[in-house]
Design a protein around this ligand. Structure first.
Ligand SMILES: *[C@@H]1O[C@H](CO)[C@@H](O)[C@H](O)[C@H]1NC(C)=O
Length: 623
């Protein structure tokens, strides 16, 4: 009897204790297991689609959704609404009009020069129906850069939005010389060499296009070209092939987005986040897209309320702008349940949750051309992802030691890279395999080769170099630390520019700060410099900034020079432009903006004169 009682109590105790033990020592076990199931589901769907004959592409998924959802709204933009069926019909009209156009041959590469508007998506679908690859031009670029981007992908046709007529006219002589067909989305156009296209679309048939037009396409065929705005030089066109586009279908569905969701897309469609995640992701889930021409912090929540938005997309700056709008009574009054994006900082993340309510933030990591992606499916604040054994098995990646001084990976006596121990920052590399290919950039083998790294863990192996420094903590969460190049060394210490800029922007008088290192003759490494803007209605206060900087930053990390600007230059996704600033350095004869130098005797940032500059350059002032 006693024995039985003993056995029963042991069993009972185990039943009670085991979950407790698991929760304490493996707090994420259950979530990891669920995510494992999700990965397997994604993989199974992908493999079964890849096996279908005739071949199955993203367009085919759109056609499936159209058949299933017919009159459900697909794209809503301002007062324009397109159901799945009307999206399909309108894109047929565009495709038929283009096919009838003498300047176009089926399969030709077409460049799309257009801001966020339904026509962007409709034209892309039309071109997919015609079997044409599409170059997604950034609608903010002009002249030389526009021509460069156009030429990168060997397009023969340019389709532009009517409001970009002048930008097109700027480069028209070069385009016409190359025999490019230039179409403007307008009903009437007087400029010789530019043809109006909307009138032709209106008159065209909305009959479906025969599948034979796309019969030449394989999974390796380019589907879209997306331009990545590096910190140096002209943009590069990353080739997104049909296989890659097919994998993009999984992104929204993998974080639980369904057809009953309404997605707020306020990021540019010419970039990966807007196009691949927002637009292509919604094709998979069959959701409704609320398309915003441009991000607006003041309209954001009103839009969410008006359209019953349940999922929003973000980049770090979006979250920061939202948190810096004035507080309102109805901040928590909305139906948003999920936010997906990347680049949110931990402090903003906390503030966002406390202010706007219990929204699941799904921070992810991915790049346009890269072959590695992570998603923080746990919601751990600050992390971009989590090490998962299944992912690591299928898509091997490694964090290696990186020498930020020499700007290259650390190599051992055998010439191989060295894996970073847990908790230490290193460079993220991802093995290039059939399952995780790296396609590279169009017409740019040189830049493509630069992203490849050989002899990493074994002689002859091949990895994709993400260019991102990351850290994996003891609980297996992955943290983004810096872009290679966003760290510089001074007095033998690494300075992380984003950290310094965070500190500067919490000072009383600075609004924005872009931090970088500049070279000084006779000194190793780079010394800190910050391009800043001042808060509205506030004066630049050198001694206040000095006290702030001295209080929060070690001496090697304090920006020695400050350049006061009216606005911090940013790219289309608000990434700060550094290369130009670094190049212009701190020469008061070359720079119009006010320059300041940190002066420890005066305990202030004081104006940097040409004389002081000369003394630094000649070595009479040591820094
Ligand atoms: C939003 O939801 C409310 C209540 O669920 C409904 O009355 C309203 O019509 C919806 N608005 C839109 C634009 O769907």
């Amino acid at each position: 009897m006693d024995m039985l009682l003993y056995v029963i109590s042991v069993i009972l105790a185990s039943i009670l204790i085991i979950p407790l033990v698991l929760r304490t020592f493996y707090p994420y076990l259950w979530i990891d297991v669920l995510y494992c199931g999700e990965l397997l589901r994604i993989l199974a769907t992908f493999i079964s689609r890849r096996r279908r004959r005739p071949l199955f592409f993203v367009l085919d998924r759109f056609l499936e959704q159209t058949a299933a959802r017919t009159h459900k709204p697909f794209i809503v933009c301002g007062d324009e609404t397109y159901s799945y069926t009307s999206t399909d019909k309108r894109s047929n009209k565009i495709a038929n009009a283009l096919q009838a156009h003498p300047g176009y041959k089926a399969g030709d590469t077409v460049a799309l020069f257009m801001g966020n508007q339904p026509a962007f998506m409709l034209t892309w679908l039309a071109l997919a129906k015609l079997g044409s690859p599409v170059a997604l031009l950034n609608h903010n670029i002009r002249t030389k850069c526009l021509l460069h981007c156009f030429n990168c992908c060997k397009a023969t046709v340019l389709i532009a939005a009517s409001e970009l007529k002048e930008a097109v006219e700027d480069v028209l002589p070069s385009l016409l010389e190359q025999g490019v067909t230039v179409l403007l989305m307008t009903k009437h156009c007087d400029t010789p060499g530019v043809q109006s296209f909307s009138d032709e679309v209106d008159e065209a048939s909305d009959a479906p296009l025969p599948r034979s037009l796309r019969s030449h396409i394989t999974f390796k065929s380019p589907a879209v070209y997306i331009y990545t705005s590096g910190t140096t030089g002209l943009p590069k066109a990353a080739v997104v092939n049909q296989n890659r586009l097919l994998t993009a279908l999984a992104v929204l569905s993998s974080i639980g987005v369904t057809s009953s969701d309404v997605i707020y897309l306020n990021l540019p469609l010419y970039h990966t986040a807007g196009f691949m995640i927002g637009f292509i992701g919604s094709i998979e889930t069959g959701s409704t897209i609320i398309l915003k021409r441009k991000f607006s912090a003041s309209q954001f929540w009103d839009d969410c309320r008006k359209y019953n938005v349940t999922v929003v997309q973000y980049i770090g700056e979006v979250m920061r702008y939202l948190c810096s709008t004035p507080k309102r009574e109805n901040d928590k009054d909305h139906k948003v349940r999920l936010a997906i994006g990347n680049g949110i900082r931990a402090d903003i993340w906390r503030e966002f949750l406390s202010r706007f309510g219990n929204i699941q933030v799904r921070e992810f990591y991915a790049s346009t051309e890269g072959n590695v992606a992570f998603v923080n499916y746990v919601g751990k604040i600050g992390a971009i992802g989590r090490v998962h054994f299944l992912q690591r098995m299928l898509f091997p990646y490694v964090v290696i030691k990186y020498d930020t001084e020499r700007d290259e990976p650390v190599r051992d006596a055998n010439g191989l890279c060295v894996e970073s121990p847990k908790g230490e920052t290193g460079l993220m590399l991802s093995k290039i395999t059939d399952l995780a290919p790296f396609v590279g950039y169009a017409q740019n083998e040189d830049q493509t080769e630069r992203k490849r790294l050989r002899n990493v863990l074994k002689k002859g192996d091949l990895y994709f170099n993400s260019g991102d420094l990351m850290r994996i903590d003891k609980d297996n969460f992955i943290y983004f630390q810096d872009r290679v190049g966003d760290t510089f060394r001074w007095k033998g210490e690494n300075v992380a520019t984003t950290e310094v800029s965070d500190i500067l922007t919490i000072s009383d008088c600075l609004k924005e700060a872009n931090v970088y290192g500049v070279q000084v003759p006779g000194h190793e490494g780079r010394i800190g410099m910050a391009a800043v803007t001042v808060r509205e209605g506030v004066q630049f206060d050198g001694s206040q900034i000095y006290n702030h900087v001295v209080r929060y930053l070690p001496s090697y990390a304090r920006p020695r020079f400050i350049r006061k600007q009216n606005a911090v230059e940013v790219t289309g996704t608000f990434k700060q432009m550094k290369a130009k600033l670094v190049e212009e350095s701190f020469n008061p004869r070359r720079i119009q903006d006010c320059l300041y130098i940190l002066d420890d005797n005066e305990k202030s940032y004081i104006p940097l004169t040409a004389q002081v500059y000369d003394c630094i350059m000649s070595g009479n002032i040591k820094l």
